[in-house]
Design a protein around this ligand. Structure first.
Ligand code: CDP
Ligand code: MG
Length: 134
């Protein structure tokens, strides 16, 4: 059984979309194995988004991600990492397609409602980061 780290970002909670998004995850056949509400800070975001810290928009990502609580989840199931990336949708707004979570609910690249690990290795690191260590 594969597992992945999913984070419902502040806009998902502010817009009261958590229930709808969790339903999509469950409809796919995945299990919510664990969940916790967290308030992220810049230090953990510099780790989590280490591939983006040098981008000019990194301060905007930090401001967005600390703007409210997030809901971190461990999601389990067959091919959970890739399967979740498929139902989440593309990173860039111009590539997003309808029928995905981002395609149906987000309207720009930044405020895109949900994070999903991009590999099995990232998933284990992120589960350690958001569940084991805190
Ligand atoms: O979230 P995902 O793995 O699809 O994309 P990422 O490249 O790891 O980027 C992390 C997050 O940074 C995205 O989900 C967006 O919220 C934000 N981002 C952005 O605001 N502008 C970009 N050009 C790329 C990413
Ligand atoms: Mg990513």
């Amino acid at each position: 059984m594969e597992r992945t780290c999913i984070i419902l970002k502040p806009d998902a909670l502010k817009r009261r979309l958590a229930g709808k998004i969790i339903s999509r995850i469950e409809d796919k056949g995945y299990i919510i194995a664990d969940a916790r509400m967290l308030r992220l800070d810049e230090a953990i975001l510099r780790e989590h988004y280490s591939h983006l810290v040098d981008k000019p928009f990194f301060p905007d990502i930090v401001a967005y991600m600390v703007s409210g609580p997030v809901l971190a989840m461990i999601v389990e199931g067959e091919n959970a990492v890739l399967g979740m990336r498929q139902i989440i949708g593309a990173t860039h707004f111009e590539d997003v397609t309808a029928g995905t979570i981002r395609g149906d609910y987000a309207f720009n690249t930044e405020q895109n409602l949900i994070h999903g690990s991009d590999s099995k290795e990232s998933a284990e690191l992120e589960i350690e980061r958001f569940f084991a260590r805190r």
